[in-house]
Write a protein that binds this ligand. Structure first.
Ligand code: TYM
Length: 383
């Protein structure tokens, strides 16, 4: 494997082993999030989000620099996004938003959330654009329900907000030639002509403020911001800082994908208790032994177990409890059924509160009427 596009390209993420994450660090030229950075962040924030503590966010660009500048009085803002397709968001999609929300809470900063309704359509991951527009609004509601501050958060759908963005896109698109776009994203002759242009649209929100943009996202999104960093200063804006996560495994086992189109692979944000339980019990790959007797005798393997993985990434925040589960599973004291039951309840505890908040969400506040949303109706790119 000599090219990162074997692991990640615009269309696909193909992580097969933990080593691929290290390879991506090298290929992309990003840095690992080390304990020095985490200690500095903890000092400023008071604590660390579980996704940072467990190093699920594992790589970054200039995040150390951002913290230094923050100490000198420089401000930052948050930006991330979600491209709607023909299906609802799964729990993997929530990862960057959960960390973004944590940053907003700790640092009291503005958040910009892009919903590019053109992207997946141009990628041909969905055939019906009208349907995507509906999902765009559904996804906006789901994201808002994670608890963002309605006066400090602006959620925008590209096809609606394009009037404000277009001037910046004109400037950005001129700076990126097709050759670069191809080598960074792996476009080929069958790519639609929309996708290379879309790069400009994903870069534009990094110019929404004259402060430093901090972008929490999956590492697959880094290529956009690598290009942003080559051109930002030319326009008088800051280079983006990114903080990059690994990928949540699908139900089928280690390094499998959560596919939006395959319900057997993922837990969706709107799944109810019975559906979650059914999926976890029926499909979640287990590191347990085939019989209870063997399990008691030889113990299970948490490192290949999807339920344990999900607990360790996000759903069991208590480090001691997680260690206890791990030890007991290895000893055979905790059965696969018990582990699955525990995981189901943890996921449900989390999702039910999101679903409850979603019922009463006033999405207009985030898109049009909140303080930031109102301000952004006047935003203009000023190179
Ligand atoms: P999209 O909609 O494919 O994914 C949304 C975000 O979720 C991350 N992600 C995952 N993270 C952990 N585990 C998984 N299994 C998993 N699957 C997806 C993605 O990395 C992404 O951060 N082009 C973007 C939309 C976008 C955007 C942005 C993303 C627009 N502007 C700014 C980040 C920053 C997209 O297609 O994301």
């Amino acid at each position: 494997m000599n090219e990162y596009k074997d692991i990640i390209n615009i269309y696909d993420v193909n992580i097969n082993e933990e080593k691929d994450y290290e390879r991506l660090i090298k290929f992309f030229g990003v840095k690992e999030i080390d304990d020095v950075i985490l200690n500095n962040l903890k000092y400023l924030a008071g604590d660390l989000h579980v996704l940072l503590r467990r190093k699920f966010f594992y790589a970054h660009r200039d995040f150390d620099l951002l913290l230094n500048k923050y100490n000198e009085g420089k401000r930052f803002f948050l930006y991330t996004g979600r491209a709607p397709s023909k299906s609802k968001m799964h729990i993997g999609h929530l990862i960057p938003f959960l960390l973004t929300k944590w940053f907003q809470e700790k640092f009291n900063v503005n958040v910009y959330i892009q919903i590019p309704d053109e992207e997946k359509y141009w990628e041909k991951k969905a055939d019906n654009y009208e349907e995507i527009r509906e999902y765009a609004l559904e996804d906006a509601k789901t994201i808002a329900s994670l608890g963002f501050d309605p006066d400090k958060t602006f959620i925008f759908i590209d096809s609606e907000y394009i009037k404000n963005m277009y001037k910046a896109a004109i400037y950005v698109a001129r700076e990126i030639n097709l050759n670069t776009a191809k080598s960074v994203f792996g476009f080929d002759d069958n790519s639609t002509i929309g996708l290379p242009f879309y790069i400009a649209l994903q870069i534009v929100p990094t110019f929404f403020e004259r402060n430093i943009p901090l972008i929490p996202c999956g590492i697959d999104q880094d290529p956009y911001f690598r290009l942003q960093r080559d051109i930002a200063e030319k326009f008088g804006y800051y280079k983006a800082s990114t903080i990059l996560s690994k990928f949540v495994w699908g139900l089928q086992g280690p390094y499998t994908k959560m596919s939006a189109s395959d319900p057997k692979s993922a837990i969706f944000v709107d799944d109810d208790y019975d559906t979650i339980k059914y999926k976890v019990f029926k499909y979640a790959f287990s590191g347990g032994r085939s019989t209870l007797e063997e399990h008691r005798k030889y113990g299970g393997n948490p490192d290949i177990d999807v339920s344990y993985f999900w607990l360790s990434v996000l759903f069991e925040e208590d480090d001691y409890k997680l260690k206890e589960i791990r030890d007991k599973y290895i000893m055979g004291e905790l059965t696969t059924g018990e582990l699955k039951e525990y995981t189901t309840n943890k996921i449900w505890e989390f999702l039910s509160s999101v679903q409850e908040r979603r019922k009463n969400i006033n999405i207009d506040k985030f898109m049009y009427d909140g303080r930031l949303a109102r301000e952004m109706q006047e935003w203009e790119f000023k190179p």
